[in-house]
Design a protein around this ligand. Structure first.
Ligand code: ADP
Length: 169
């Protein structure tokens, strides 16, 4: 077993709108993970429903208003989608991202360092989207399906990672 995994990360509208793209992407690179695909996109509502319900089962796990809120929020700005690869990348990226509710996310995680909203605060208002900066695939099954949904094979460059021979003539 190689332990090399690929996972999907999406920088949500609050990351892009707050100009945190570089700051967040650089955390993954600093941790030694490899970015093998990256693009800016503005998916349709149908695409986002495929992502959150077709694959993620958000409505099934929670309820309709949450699915609607999550998909609408994802249409507020263009998004940056990444495929990240390296040893046990799926769990490691989730650890770096932190728990879903920013208020509960540990300091040092992306959600813990750059956001602070609570479920209670968002639930108390009809006007506030649940911003938590990043999406990251939850497990290997989700990662496989999500990468297929967001990227074509020729947008991924796994085999082009630099090796010693890349820099020799
Ligand atoms: P995660 O993104 O940490 O994997 P989930 O898959 O449970 O978490 O939820 C997907 C997304 O749906 C969350 O990142 C968030 O944007 C939104 N969401 C989840 N729970 C709520 C909630 N209670 N209220 C509003 N939005 C929510």
């Amino acid at each position: 077993m190689s332990h090399i995994e690929q996972t999907l990360v999406v920088l949500k509208p609050d990351s892009v709108g707050r100009s945190l793209i570089w700051e967040i992407v650089s955390r993954f690179e600093r941790a030694g993970l490899h970015i093998i695909g990256m693009k800016m996109v503005r998916p349709s509502m149908d695409f986002l429903k495929d992502h959150y319900e077709g694959i993620g089962k958000l409505w099934t796990r929670k309820w309709d208003a949450i699915l609607e809120n999550a998909c609408e929020m994802m249409r507020k700005m263009p998004l940056v989608a990444l495929v990240i690869e390296w040893v046990e990348a799926i769990d490691y990226v989730r650890k770096m991202v932190g728990t879903t509710e920013p208020k509960a996310a540990a300091p040092g995680t992306i959600r813990g360092d750059y956001a602070h909203l609570s479920y209670g605060y968002v639930d108390s208002s009809d006007d506030i989207y649940f911003f938590n900066l990043v999406h990251a695939s939850a497990d290997a099954d989700e990662a496989g399906q999500e990468i297929k949904l967001w990227f074509t094979e020729d947008e991924l460059f796994s085999e082009d990672k630099p090796t010693h021979s890349t820099f020799t003539r």
